[in-house]
Design a protein around this ligand. Structure first.
Ligand code: MSP
Length: 503
């Protein structure tokens, strides 16, 4: 039976254009999704936009548009960016879609019926820019929002609540003992900072209108997080969804789940979200919380700080493969990592040009020079090739392990390390000195096979380069692990440009 994989990104706020931080999350998700397909999985990849809330209502007002007109324009820029970055998602969900709205309303009624929702009053410190309430003790010393540092205001209003506290013990145990949250060190952080003080979650608002109205009480709209989190379920109720909510989230499901998020929304995803799932009799998620992209001075990039980098400019200047590779390779998965244009250029020149591109172009010119561009048949392998063959087996094992442990930045190091080994093999075997030696054919046959192997693995990141390598080798049946170790003997090499150029 085909194995199945479900992957999601957060749904982003359409209050401004996306920046490199959002591109980072989505690139990681695209990488894993392509990797899983490569391994033979059937996959479903969802991303989208989180469109309700007061902040968006205010922004739309400022620009003199209705909220829906306002967000629709911004969402088009999201979709353009994903296209430019090669993000191959299956569904773009909008929380203003009828299907999603109906789903949220129905579940509200269901949770109310089950006794998990009650009506009361909420008083707390509200941060508009994070759309979140904080208790006194969670505020900074300066009495500001602990997440973004902006001012907070004291609000008291009638609200419906979700009985989160009923599940306090359960979630603590689940976080400790089940593999819900990666990297694991975030678990104790979460338990210490949030579980001890855990309170019921306020899930409706009466002070603004831009949200999903509940059937039971016309003054209330669903507060954004209960609305937003359920996109991960409602996406499976759309007409074109390949699987149902039960197929994926049912307790007996064998679909693998991975939800990639940035660390600042871990609280919502690793505490409230599993509890909501539990209330609905669904199973626990698997969440990877990555770190932040920071400036070279170590500051978090964010819209509110005005220090963001526009990924579209980088794609135009350096190509999407370079950006995708940088993000996955240079930011240690799970930790904060720096971005600057200089770092990107160093990465392109040092790894993609000097190592990867160079390996291909030197091999290409040798096949063209010594064999008229037709890949020769290989003969008996020498110890050098046999040794490398062993390394290839190990490479695959190590690479698959890193990917399955969600250690994406390690996965690229493993691949680049193999590219280095292949370059070293060329230097050691000195094909240019073997023009009259029958082993020359074996070396080049072997190199072409290995270049295809490594390009196939890198192909989940370097999507355009992989296409070019396939074109070079006339490969049509691509992107699958069964094609590894293809013998290209007698294939006529097509022209190939330098995949990456020195900057
Ligand atoms: N709408 C909520 C998510 C709801 S999911 C049910 C939201 N949206 S957001 O537009 O603010 O996007 C937040 C996400 O963007 C983060 O979780 C993270 O994935 C990404 N990033 C935003 N800034 C970032 C960095 N500086 N670095 C890395 N990722 C960051 O929160």
């Amino acid at each position: 039976m085909t194995k199945k994989f479900y992957i999601s990104t957060p749904i982003y706020y359409p209050n401004a254009k996306l920046h490199i931080g959002h591109a980072y999350t989505t690139t990681l998700a695209d990488y894993v999704n392509r990797y899983k397909k490569f391994r033979g999985y059937e996959t479903y990849f969802v991303t989208g936009s989180d469109e309700h809330g007061q902040k968006i209502e205010d922004k739309a007002k400022e620009s003199g548009e209705s909220p829906l007109v306002f967000v629709t324009k911004i969402i088009n820029t999201f979709k353009d960016l994903w296209k430019d970055l090669g993000i191959d998602y299956d569904h773009f969900i909008r929380t203003t879609d009828k299907t999603h709205i109906n789903y949220v309303k129905t579940n509200f009624s269901l949770l109310l019926d089950k006794g998990y929702i009650y009506k009361g009053y909420y008083e707390g410190w509200y941060c508009k820019s994070d759309e979140a309430f904080f208790t006194n003790s969670q505020l900074t010393k300066e009495h500001k929002c602990p997440e973004c540092g902006n001012s907070v205001e004291l609000l008291k209003e009638e609200s419906y609540f979700l009985k989160i506290t009923d599940f306090k013990k359960w979630i603590k145990q689940a976080l400790k003992h089940d593999d819900i949250l990666f990297p694991h060190h975030r678990v104790s952080e979460l338990i210490n900072n949030f579980i001890t003080d855990l309170q019921d979650l306020s899930i409706t608002r009466t002070t603004f209108k831009w949200g999903i109205p509940i059937t039971e009480d016309k003054n209330h709209i669903v507060y954004v997080w209960l609305d937003a989190l359920q996109n991960y379920l409602s996406t499976l109720t759309y007409k074109d969804a390949p699987w149902s909510v039960d197929d994926v989230w049912g307790v007996d499901s064998d679909v693998e789940i991975l939800q990639i998020i940035g660390k600042e929304i871990t609280r919502f995803h690793a505490i409230y979200w599993p509890i909501i799932l539990k209330m609905l009799n669904y199973r626990e998620p698997k969440i990877l919380a990555h770190g932040w992209i920071v400036t070279d001075k170590g500051e978090k990039m964010s819209k509110s700080k005005g220090n963001v980098v526009d990924p579209s400019l980088l794609i135009n200047k350096y190509g999407r493969d370079s950006l995708r590779f940088f993000l996955i390779n240079n930011i240690i998965t799970g930790e904060d990592g720096k971005f600057s244009e200089n770092l990107l250029i160093e990465n392109i020149n040092g790894l993609l040009v000097n190592k990867f591109s160079n390996l291909i172009s030197r091999t290409d010119s040798m096949v063209k020079k010594y064999f008229d561009g037709i890949v020769p048949n290989g003969g008996k392998l020498s110890t050098l090739e046999l040794h490398l063959n062993k390394k290839t087996d190990l490479l695959l094992e190590k690479y698959y392990l890193a990917m399955d442990q969600f250690d994406f930045s390690k996965s690229t190091k493993i691949l680049i390390n193999y590219v280095e080994k292949l370059n070293h093999y060329v230097d050691q075997s000195e094909p240019w000195k073997k023009v009259d030696d029958p082993h020359l054919a074996t070396i080049l046959n072997f190199l072409i096979k290995e270049i295809f192997n490594i390009s196939s693995l890198l192909g989940s990141i370097l999507i355009d380069s992989y296409e070019e390598v396939c074109n070079w080798l006339s490969v049509t049946n691509k992107n699958h692990e069964d094609n590894l170790n293809t013998d290209f003997a007698n294939v006529k090499l097509k022209p190939i440009e330098h995949l990456f150029k020195r900057i």
